[in-house]
Design a protein around this ligand. Structure first.
Ligand SMILES: [Zn+2]
Length: 81
């Protein structure tokens, strides 16, 4: 597939269909969550990885009021109470 075959038009709601071959190659399935960011003026989609809402840590996350929080931040929160 050439780069031109992957040209997609943005619809009125800002949606774009990801090419099926790329979805299959990258293991992206319906319902997966992707992060959208901008790097050097380019739109970048990347697999969403949960992180602590306070420090950005990614290890041993726990849910607190529906948000991901790492153990260190849980301890800090408990120490403030
Ligand atoms: Zn944290």
């Amino acid at each position: 597939m050439s780069a031109q075959d992957r040209t997609r038009r943005v619809d009125s709601l800002g949606r774009v269909v990801l090419p099926a071959d790329l979805r299959h190659a990258l293991g992206i399935r319906e319902g997966d969550v992707l992060d959208v960011s901008v790097h050097d003026g380019n739109l970048v989609l990347s697999r969403h990885e949960p992180m602590c809402v306070f420090c950005g840590g990614r290890d041993d996350l726990r849910k607190h009021v529906g948000r991901s929080v790492c153990p260190a931040c849980v301890s800090a929160l408990n120490a403030e109470q």
